[in-house]
Design a protein around this ligand. Structure first.
Ligand code: FAD
Length: 379
């Protein structure tokens, strides 16, 4: 059977994580087939950490015209004392992160990967064997093909229906772009309210809003006329930016933590949202996924092709990602649980924590580094 293997690595998924992996594998010596289907996530703004910028830059996928920088993050809680301010200048960085459209990030990755076009289609089934995986691909142009690969990488955002654990946060994220009376001055806001966290990310000349709130309340926010929506947002966020004066059409997403086995079957590995789907509260999902892709690309490039997909290879990958992945999942989950609890005692603890972070620079620096580079302090 070995002589029928035509591909060393098959990547399923045309989101930013699959695209980053395909880019990272250019010229690595292994043969690669990238099966992509349209993400349909369009213009959704996403916060990329400064660490992700460095990774994209290294691959030639950072644009000449930089996206909107975040120079400060202001963290506070509604109706409680304590706040903390994280500034890029405290760490001698040009920015803590940047806000760009999902489609824009995909565009940078595909522009950097010229000459390495993949296949438009979807993986519809796969069967793992001792030497290779057999993968059925439905091509967008029509027809099905059967591919064989030593290693199958699922970067499909978690759509394969694999076993998972985690929990439902019983919250939805209401997303929109909003205009405020005052300009954003490149400051991002994370405000923990009784209903759930509100994140405002500076994006072009407006803010990208991610308002995590209980499902029924989310439906009522979606249904409200714009003027009422803006008033409710102002009441929850406060008046630091003046009044909210305009909003784009709104959308919502259910929020949950989903984690899956990184190696769900022989010769198969999960990266990005396929491996872990996080609450967007700390803007960690894509940043963690890009680090998955970079570390997997490095491991593939340093592995003799016949070894790709072997148990030893898969174990090495899991070991390399364990710390960063677990830290990203735990950090995000702890933040949601700590700040979505209305207990007065916890409110005091939160306030004390925020105040302490503000006056203890090393603690703030630790938090900032984790958010910027991940637990392994990449790159
Ligand atoms: C409201 C919201 C706000 C967010 N904000 C941030 C943020 O500020 N910062 C951040 O870092 N993260 C953020 N995230 C998370 C971020 O969007 C994800 O972590 C990121 O999109 C994951 O990328 P991915 O490539 O792994 O998966 P996806 O983006 O889900 O892409 C998966 C791709 O695989 C394709 N696919 C599916 N099935 C198949 C198949 N069978 N065969 C082939 N292809 C397939 C899909 O069509 C899609 O193109 C946010 C998420 C939400 C919901």
């Amino acid at each position: 059977m070995a002589d029928q293997i035509v591909t060393d690595v098959l990547i399923a998924g045309g989101g930013p994580v699959g695209a980053m992996l395909a880019l990272g594998l250019r010229g690595c010596g292994a043969s690669v087939l990238h099966v992509r289907s349209d993400a349909g996530a369009g213009e959704r703004p996403i916060a990329l950490s400064y660490g992700s910028r460095l990774l994209l830059e290294r691959e030639g996928a950072w644009p000449a015209a930089s996206p909107t920088p975040i120079s400060e993050i202001h963290v506070s809680q509604q109706g409680g004392f304590g706040r903390t301010l994280i500034r890029a200048t405290d760490y001698d960085l040009p920015a803590l992160g940047y806000v760009a459209a999902y489609s824009g990030i995909l565009g940078w990755l595909s522009a950097a990967n010229t000459g390495h076009s993949g296949v438009d289609g979807r993986v519809i089934d796969y069967k793992t064997g001792a030497d290779h995986v057999e993968i059925r691909v439905a091509r967008t142009a029509g027809g099905e093909t059967l591919e064989r690969a030593r290693l199958l990488v699922l970067a499909d955002g978690g759509h394969a229906g694999l076993a998972e654990n985690g929990h439902d946060y019983r919250q939805h994220a209401v997303v929109a772009e909003v205009q405020t009376e005052q300009p954003h001055r490149n400051i991002a806001w994370e405000r923990f309210t009784r209903g759930g966290p509100i994140a405002l990310l500076p994006y072009q000349n407006r803010y990208a809003l991610i308002w995590s709130i209980e499902a029924d309340a989310a439906q009522s926010l979606l249904a409200a006329p714009e003027a009422e929506f803006l008033l409710r947002l102002g009441a929850a966020f406060g008046s630091r930016l003046g009044t909210f004066v305009g909003a784009s059409p709104r959308a919502s997403f259910p929020l949950s933590l989903r984690r899956r086995r990184v190696v769900p079957a022989p010769r198969t590995v999960l990266v990005g949202n396929a491996a872990q789907t996080l609450h967007p509260v700390a803007g960690q999902g894509l940043n963690l996924g890009l680090r998955d892709a970079v570390e997997l690309a490095e491991l593939i490039a340093s592995t003799h092709p016949p070894e790709l997909g072997s148990d030893a290879f898969l174990k090495r990958y899991c070991a390399r990602r364990r710390l960063d992945r677990n830290a990203g999942i735990r950090f995000t989950d702890a933040l949601v649980r700590l700040f979505s609890n209305s207990s007065a005692t916890l409110g005091m603890v939160r306030g004390a924590g925020l105040a302490l972070l503000d006056i203890v620079p090393p603690a703030r620096g630790f938090l900032a580094r984790r958010m910027i580079y991940g637990a392994r302090a990449l790159p």
